[in-house]
Design a binder for this molecule. Structure first.
Ligand code: ADP
Ligand code: MG
Length: 326
């Protein structure tokens, strides 16, 4: 089989999972037009080429916060005229649309460089536990910011659970259960090992449970994309997990006068820093949590940096590097 031949040819080639945040598609002060999406995707795919040029197998995963938020709003605005779709379907829609945008940007970068690699997007289901405590305590704000009155109206008419999101406005909240495993992990791994660039688990993946009939069934929840990236990297036996965000380094005492960038960190050091509370829960917390989980499951290396520093970081001259127990 062609795939098996390619996998044999690429034996020993390392696989990297690259996870990127919302900035990959929409920058501060942008509206998120298709032109914005294409420009930003081209930029980040250009950066990812430094992994391709180093001959890594590459799996890319990405967030979908603003995009799924828009779909939720559209759903709601047209609910009198059109049938609305549940959140799991909307996540699938963003996996498709953002997958297309990334796929096209990636192909264009490869063509410019005359590199003969293929790109594929996998609509990815992620298994969660139906008994996950997150279902009793929905905590993930999604969709647009609303006034208190608007939010309460939607709570009463649509059955939403709502919260005051850090004083910035009112939002819908949904459960954010932990990812257990990636249903498409074999396909993703085999494609990556054959050298194809795989885009998978967009938006943290589509949350599905095993229902009473032992069937898979989508649920209205969202999975943290950083935690999914960690499970994905472990499930496909990746050597390297790279988390791209909008800071060049992870810091101790972040935002304080004595803040200190981290350069090389072992698992033991990372556990200690997490215990000391250096990483904010909704932002850096899940990223370092994802790194820790990946390394504890046998992952070799992880890197957190910004796209602009990726190339230098791969050469060991930038970014925060994390190593597993040897
Ligand atoms: P993404 O969209 O990539 O998930 P987030 O905003 O969720 O981005 O997370 C990145 C942010 O985490 C940074 O912009 C920074 O403000 C924040 N942050 C919190 N704690 C730290 C820390 N200890 N070191 C660096 N950044 C931190
Ligand atoms: Mg985040």
């Amino acid at each position: 089989m062609e795939t098996e031949k390619r996998i044999k040819e690429r034996l020993g080639v390392e696989t990297a999972v690259v996870a990127m945040g919302g900035h990959a598609f929409i920058r501060k002060d942008e509206k998120g037009s298709i032109e914005d999406h294409e420009k930003n995707a081209a930029e980040i795919c250009g950066r990812i080429m430094s992994l391709i040029e180093r001959n890594y197998n590459v799996v890319v995963t990405h967030g979908n916060g603003p995009q799924v938020g828009n779909l939720l709003l559209k759903n709601e605005m047209t609910k009198e005229e059109l049938v609305s779709m549940p959140l799991d379907v909307l996540v699938a829609e963003t996996e498709g649309s953002l997958g297309y945008i990334l796929q096209q940007a990636m192909l264009n970068q490869l063509r410019r460089r005359n590199i003969n690699r293929y790109v594929v997007t996998v609509i990815s289901q992620v298994l969660i536990d139906k008994g996950d405590p997150a279902f009793r305590n929905p905590s993930k704000p999604i969709g647009p910011f609303l006034t208190k009155e608007e939010a309460e109206k939607r709570r009463d008419t649509l059955g939403w659970q709502i919260i005051d999101d850090s004083g910035r406005g009112w939002r819908r909240v949904v459960p954010s259960p932990r990812p257990v495993k990636i249903i498409q992990r074999h396909t993703i791994r085999d494609s990556a090992r054959a050298g194809h660039i795989v885009i998978a688990c967009g938006g943290g993946g589509i949350p599905v449970i095993n229902n009473a009939n032992n069937d898979y069934q989508g649920v209205e929840a969202v999975i943290d994309k950083d935690l999914t990236a960690s499970i994905l990297a472990a499930d496909i036996d990746a050597e390297l997990l790279i988390i791209l965000t909008d800071v060049e380094n992870v810091f101790l005492n972040y935002g304080k006068p004595d803040q200190q960038p981290l350069y090389a960190v072992t698992v033991d050091m990372l556990e200690k820093f997490i215990e000391e509370g250096h990483f904010a829960p909704g932002s850096m917390g899940p990223k370092v949590g994802a790194v820790l989980e990946f390394l504890k499951k046998g992952g070799r290396r992880a890197l957190i940096t910004c796209p602009e520093r990726l190339e230098e970081a791969l050469a060991g001259r930038a970014g925060s590097h994390f190593v597993g127990r040897v």
